[in-house]
Design a protein around this ligand. Structure first.
Ligand code: ATP
Length: 299
């Protein structure tokens, strides 16, 4: 019997970044939202531990390692060690989330692997322990487990769910070539030597979410990594201007980029903006609704 798990991409509605701490991490105050672009992972019983990746047409999975560096295997090994059992199974990952796109595709796979192993191995690990293991693996992974809309503090790993009864429509435009998250943070340090010790707080986005009004949320969106990402890739700035001219309420670099996401007024608005960007020659233009669930077993 195999287990299939679906895990969603994330965007950051607010990404407040403070000055790097002594341990090198940047303190964050962020609001994550899980959006309807997914990776699907299947785990089947096997004697060894392997991972194979394939990808939807719009994703280039060339940068995904197939060996021990794949975060799926690291997640399986960490949970097995915690549970005192061998790490076994054959993973197949089908990527629908752009790789190195600032949408936490690797984190989604790691969260999916934790959920799949937990089910296939018949474990009774508490939610608290799973979240702790997820945080040890990577800052965005606890959110990938939780999904929905949530605030992240610390380095993003301390997540608390946020009330979000809205139904939001996004257009996502990935770039052909990924951007390295550490490189964007390094460039943030260069551009913002005066960054505050405390990250800019997420309150405006939280207040806007509570209204359920797309225009209010559009005005409140904030990403401190947008400036360094655009400085490294000036075409992202052009894309934002273009999407806004084509009717999106607001364009924003997703996390560390280079995917750009556009918040739209409605399903129809997203369809129109998507078609216009497609017509303008952008190779991949995706439409997605949010919020959606975190990593979950599929029937
Ligand atoms: P984030 O937004 O969390 O910084 P990202 O979306 O920019 O992440 P990912 O797609 O998570 O980027 O990939 C970052 C790097 O992680 C890749 O370049 C790849 O080398 C490595 N990696 C390891 N395992 C995976 C995986 N299962 N899927 C994607 N990338 C992986």
């Amino acid at each position: 019997m195999s287990v299939s798990v679906r895990a969603a991409a994330k965007i950051n509605l607010h990404l407040g970044v403070g000055r790097a701490r002594a341990d090198g991490f940047h303190p964050l105050d962020t609001v994550y939202q899980a959006i309807g672009l997914h990776d699907d992972l299947t785990l089947s019983p096997a004697e060894g531990l392997t991972v194979r990746t394939d990808a939807a047409d719009h994703v280039d999975a060339g940068g995904v390692p197939d060996g021990e560096d794949n975060v799926v295997l690291r997640a399986a090994r960490l949970l097995a060690e915690h549970a005192g059992r061998p790490a076994t199974g054959a993973f197949e990952v089908r990527k629908g989330i752009p790789v190195a796109g600032g949408m936490a595709g690797g984190s989604a796979d790691a969260a999916a692997a934790l959920v799949a192993c937990h089910r296939l191995w018949g474990l009774d690990t508490s939610d608290e322990d799973l979240l702790r293991l997820a945080a040890d693996l990577g800052s965005d992974i606890p959110f990938s487990l939780v999904g929905g809309t949530a605030r992240g503090r610390g380095r993003g790993e301390l997540v608390t769910p946020v009330d979000d009864t809205g139904s939001w429509w996004w257009v996502a435009v990935p770039a052909t070539e990924g951007l390295s998250t550490p490189a964007v943070y390094r460039h943030f340090d260069v551009l913002r030597p005066d960054a505050p010790v405390e990250p800019p707080p997420a309150d405006p986005v939280l207040e806007a979410l509570a209204t359920g009004e797309p225009l209010r949320l559009a005005r409140a969106l904030h990403n401190d990594l947008q400036e360094p990402a655009i400085d490294l890739r000036p075409e992202l700035g052009d894309l934002i201007v273009r999407g806004e001219a084509e009717g999106a309420l607001r364009g924003l670099v997703s996390g560390s980029g280079p995917t750009v996401v556009f918040l739209c007024e409605s399903a129809e608005g997203a369809r129109e903006t998507g078609l216009a960007l497609d017509g303008a020659g952008y190779d991949v233009v995706l439409t997605a609704t949010a919020p959606v669930a975190g990593a979950h077993v599929m029937p």
